[in-house]
Design a protein around this ligand. Structure first.
Ligand SMILES: C[S@@+](CC[C@H](N)C(=O)[O-])C[C@H]1O[C@@H](n2cnc3c(N)ncnc32)[C@H](O)[C@@H]1O
Length: 205
Protein backbone atom coordinates (compact mmCIF):
# COMPACT_ATOMS: atom_id res chain seq x y z
CA UNK A 1 0.00 0.00 0.00
CA UNK A 2 1.42 3.43 -0.91
CA UNK A 3 2.60 5.50 2.02
CA UNK A 4 0.33 8.44 2.98
CA UNK A 5 2.35 11.62 2.44
CA UNK A 6 3.09 13.81 5.45
CA UNK A 7 0.75 16.78 5.80
CA UNK A 8 2.49 20.07 5.04
CA UNK A 9 1.23 23.20 6.78
CA UNK A 10 3.41 26.06 5.53
CA UNK A 11 0.71 28.63 6.34
CA UNK A 12 -0.24 29.39 9.92
CA UNK A 13 -3.48 30.56 11.54
CA UNK A 14 -4.18 31.92 15.01
CA UNK A 15 -5.78 28.65 16.11
CA UNK A 16 -4.81 25.08 15.32
CA UNK A 17 -3.36 23.07 13.85
CA UNK A 18 -4.83 19.96 15.42
CA UNK A 19 -1.75 17.96 16.45
CA UNK A 20 -0.74 15.03 14.19
CA UNK A 21 -1.47 12.36 16.84
CA UNK A 22 -4.97 13.75 17.41
CA UNK A 23 -5.56 14.01 13.66
CA UNK A 24 -4.65 10.34 13.26
CA UNK A 25 -7.18 9.32 15.91
CA UNK A 26 -9.81 11.73 14.54
CA UNK A 27 -9.68 10.44 10.96
CA UNK A 28 -9.68 6.86 12.21
CA UNK A 29 -12.83 7.50 14.28
CA UNK A 30 -14.44 9.15 11.24
CA UNK A 31 -13.83 5.95 9.23
CA UNK A 32 -13.71 7.83 5.91
CA UNK A 33 -14.03 6.03 2.58
CA UNK A 34 -14.04 7.31 -1.04
CA UNK A 35 -17.88 7.06 -1.02
CA UNK A 36 -18.15 9.56 1.83
CA UNK A 37 -19.09 13.19 1.87
CA UNK A 38 -17.07 14.57 4.78
CA UNK A 39 -18.10 17.87 6.34
CA UNK A 40 -15.92 19.87 8.69
CA UNK A 41 -16.90 22.73 10.98
CA UNK A 42 -13.92 25.01 11.63
CA UNK A 43 -11.22 24.10 9.09
CA UNK A 44 -8.75 26.80 10.20
CA UNK A 45 -5.26 25.64 9.08
CA UNK A 46 -6.80 22.85 7.02
CA UNK A 47 -4.79 20.16 8.83
CA UNK A 48 -7.83 17.88 9.24
CA UNK A 49 -9.30 18.95 5.88
CA UNK A 50 -6.17 17.75 4.06
CA UNK A 51 -6.11 14.38 5.78
CA UNK A 52 -9.83 13.90 5.16
CA UNK A 53 -9.34 14.84 1.48
CA UNK A 54 -6.95 11.87 1.14
CA UNK A 55 -9.68 9.48 2.27
CA UNK A 56 -13.17 10.83 1.45
CA UNK A 57 -14.59 11.37 -2.05
CA UNK A 58 -16.07 14.76 -1.24
CA UNK A 59 -15.12 17.33 1.40
CA UNK A 60 -17.02 20.43 2.47
CA UNK A 61 -15.05 22.56 4.93
CA UNK A 62 -16.73 25.44 6.75
CA UNK A 63 -14.82 28.20 8.50
CA UNK A 64 -16.38 31.35 9.96
CA UNK A 65 -13.22 33.49 9.72
CA UNK A 66 -12.30 34.48 6.16
CA UNK A 67 -8.57 34.86 6.92
CA UNK A 68 -8.49 31.32 8.32
CA UNK A 69 -10.43 29.98 5.36
CA UNK A 70 -7.73 31.54 3.16
CA UNK A 71 -5.14 29.59 5.19
CA UNK A 72 -7.12 26.37 4.64
CA UNK A 73 -7.09 27.08 0.89
CA UNK A 74 -3.34 27.76 0.79
CA UNK A 75 -2.41 24.71 2.85
CA UNK A 76 -4.67 22.52 0.67
CA UNK A 77 -2.82 23.80 -2.40
CA UNK A 78 0.51 23.00 -0.70
CA UNK A 79 -0.62 19.36 -0.38
CA UNK A 80 -1.94 18.90 -3.92
CA UNK A 81 -2.86 16.64 -5.56
CA UNK A 82 -5.64 15.47 -3.24
CA UNK A 83 -8.18 12.90 -4.37
CA UNK A 84 -11.38 14.48 -3.05
CA UNK A 85 -13.58 17.21 -4.51
CA UNK A 86 -13.10 19.92 -1.91
CA UNK A 87 -15.44 22.85 -1.35
CA UNK A 88 -14.51 25.61 1.09
CA UNK A 89 -17.38 27.62 2.57
CA UNK A 90 -17.14 30.81 4.58
CA UNK A 91 -19.97 30.35 7.08
CA UNK A 92 -20.69 29.94 10.74
CA UNK A 93 -22.35 26.55 11.14
CA UNK A 94 -25.11 25.48 11.30
CA UNK A 95 -25.40 27.99 8.40
CA UNK A 96 -23.86 26.48 5.29
CA UNK A 97 -24.09 22.85 6.41
CA UNK A 98 -25.05 20.53 3.53
CA UNK A 99 -27.88 17.99 3.96
CA UNK A 100 -26.01 14.95 2.65
CA UNK A 101 -23.01 14.54 4.97
CA UNK A 102 -21.93 10.99 5.81
CA UNK A 103 -19.33 12.07 8.33
CA UNK A 104 -19.16 15.33 10.27
CA UNK A 105 -16.26 16.70 12.27
CA UNK A 106 -16.62 19.59 14.68
CA UNK A 107 -13.21 21.15 15.22
CA UNK A 108 -14.86 24.43 16.22
CA UNK A 109 -17.44 24.53 18.98
CA UNK A 110 -19.55 27.63 18.26
CA UNK A 111 -23.25 26.72 18.05
CA UNK A 112 -22.33 23.06 18.50
CA UNK A 113 -25.77 22.18 19.84
CA UNK A 114 -27.47 23.56 16.72
CA UNK A 115 -24.87 21.77 14.57
CA UNK A 116 -25.67 18.49 16.34
CA UNK A 117 -29.40 19.14 15.83
CA UNK A 118 -28.74 19.43 12.09
CA UNK A 119 -26.67 16.25 12.17
CA UNK A 120 -29.62 14.42 13.73
CA UNK A 121 -32.15 15.96 11.30
CA UNK A 122 -30.07 15.03 8.26
CA UNK A 123 -29.06 11.58 9.60
CA UNK A 124 -25.27 11.96 9.68
CA UNK A 125 -23.84 8.48 10.22
CA UNK A 126 -20.58 9.43 11.95
CA UNK A 127 -20.02 12.53 14.08
CA UNK A 128 -16.75 13.40 15.81
CA UNK A 129 -16.10 16.48 17.93
CA UNK A 130 -12.74 17.46 19.41
CA UNK A 131 -12.73 19.68 22.47
CA UNK A 132 -9.88 20.86 24.64
CA UNK A 133 -11.69 22.98 27.24
CA UNK A 134 -13.08 20.94 30.11
CA UNK A 135 -16.38 22.82 30.54
CA UNK A 136 -17.12 22.75 26.81
CA UNK A 137 -16.27 19.04 26.74
CA UNK A 138 -18.80 18.38 29.51
CA UNK A 139 -21.52 20.32 27.71
CA UNK A 140 -20.68 18.61 24.43
CA UNK A 141 -20.88 15.11 25.92
CA UNK A 142 -24.28 16.00 27.40
CA UNK A 143 -25.42 17.36 24.05
CA UNK A 144 -24.45 14.09 22.27
CA UNK A 145 -26.13 12.06 25.01
CA UNK A 146 -29.31 14.18 25.03
CA UNK A 147 -29.71 13.57 21.30
CA UNK A 148 -29.11 9.82 21.69
CA UNK A 149 -26.06 9.91 19.43
CA UNK A 150 -23.21 9.32 21.89
CA UNK A 151 -20.88 6.38 21.25
CA UNK A 152 -17.78 7.16 23.28
CA UNK A 153 -15.59 9.83 24.78
CA UNK A 154 -11.84 9.36 24.69
CA UNK A 155 -9.38 11.69 26.33
CA UNK A 156 -5.97 11.91 24.71
CA UNK A 157 -2.83 13.44 26.00
CA UNK A 158 0.38 13.00 24.05
CA UNK A 159 3.86 13.79 25.33
CA UNK A 160 6.82 14.38 23.04
CA UNK A 161 10.26 13.20 24.00
CA UNK A 162 13.27 15.48 23.78
CA UNK A 163 16.87 15.01 24.69
CA UNK A 164 17.92 16.25 28.09
CA UNK A 165 21.44 15.69 29.36
CA UNK A 166 21.90 12.60 27.19
CA UNK A 167 18.54 11.11 28.28
CA UNK A 168 14.94 11.58 27.17
CA UNK A 169 12.50 13.88 28.91
CA UNK A 170 8.95 14.79 27.81
CA UNK A 171 6.92 17.87 26.90
CA UNK A 172 3.18 17.26 27.19
CA UNK A 173 0.45 18.61 24.90
CA UNK A 174 -2.88 19.74 26.33
CA UNK A 175 -5.39 16.91 26.69
CA UNK A 176 -8.10 16.67 24.04
CA UNK A 177 -11.51 15.04 24.39
CA UNK A 178 -12.58 13.17 21.25
CA UNK A 179 -16.33 12.64 21.34
CA UNK A 180 -17.78 10.24 18.80
CA UNK A 181 -21.27 9.19 17.84
CA UNK A 182 -23.67 9.20 14.97
CA UNK A 183 -27.19 8.67 13.79
CA UNK A 184 -28.64 5.28 12.97
CA UNK A 185 -25.67 3.15 14.00
CA UNK A 186 -27.30 1.60 17.02
CA UNK A 187 -25.39 3.90 19.36
CA UNK A 188 -26.67 5.80 22.33
CA UNK A 189 -29.96 4.17 23.22
CA UNK A 190 -30.25 7.05 25.63
CA UNK A 191 -32.52 6.47 28.57
CA UNK A 192 -32.76 2.67 28.24
CA UNK A 193 -28.98 2.34 28.45
CA UNK A 194 -28.78 4.78 31.33
CA UNK A 195 -31.49 2.92 33.25
CA UNK A 196 -29.82 -0.47 32.82
CA UNK A 197 -26.45 0.96 33.89
CA UNK A 198 -27.97 2.46 37.03
CA UNK A 199 -29.81 -0.81 37.75
CA UNK A 200 -26.60 -2.80 37.29
CA UNK A 201 -24.76 -0.51 39.69
CA UNK A 202 -27.52 -0.88 42.27
CA UNK A 203 -27.45 -4.64 41.76
CA UNK A 204 -31.10 -4.76 40.56
CA UNK A 205 -32.18 -7.97 38.91
C1 LIG B 1 -9.47 24.88 17.15
S1 LIG B 1 -9.72 25.60 15.58
C2 LIG B 1 -9.75 24.17 14.54
C3 LIG B 1 -8.38 23.73 14.18
C4 LIG B 1 -8.36 22.90 12.90
N1 LIG B 1 -8.90 21.57 13.09
C5 LIG B 1 -6.92 22.82 12.42
O1 LIG B 1 -6.31 21.74 12.46
O2 LIG B 1 -6.40 23.86 12.05
C6 LIG B 1 -11.43 26.01 15.58
C7 LIG B 1 -11.86 26.75 14.33
O3 LIG B 1 -13.26 26.63 14.20
C8 LIG B 1 -13.82 27.84 13.75
N2 LIG B 1 -15.21 27.77 14.16
C9 LIG B 1 -15.71 27.65 15.42
N3 LIG B 1 -17.03 27.48 15.40
C10 LIG B 1 -17.41 27.49 14.09
C11 LIG B 1 -18.68 27.38 13.42
N4 LIG B 1 -19.83 27.20 14.10
N5 LIG B 1 -18.70 27.43 12.07
C12 LIG B 1 -17.56 27.62 11.37
N6 LIG B 1 -16.35 27.75 11.94
C13 LIG B 1 -16.27 27.67 13.29
C14 LIG B 1 -12.94 28.90 14.41
O4 LIG B 1 -12.97 30.12 13.69
C15 LIG B 1 -11.57 28.24 14.38
O5 LIG B 1 -10.86 28.60 13.23
Amino acid sequence: MPRTPATRLPHDAKAGPTKPEIRAVTVSKLGLTPEDHFVEVGSCTGAVTIEAARRAGRVTALERKPDRLAVTRKNLAANAPLDADVELVEAEAPAGLPDDADALFLGGSRNFEAVLDRAVETGVERVVMNVSRLEVAGRAVEAFRDRGILDEVVQFQASHGYELAGATSFDSDNPVYVITGGVGDGSGDGEDEAESAVSAERGDA
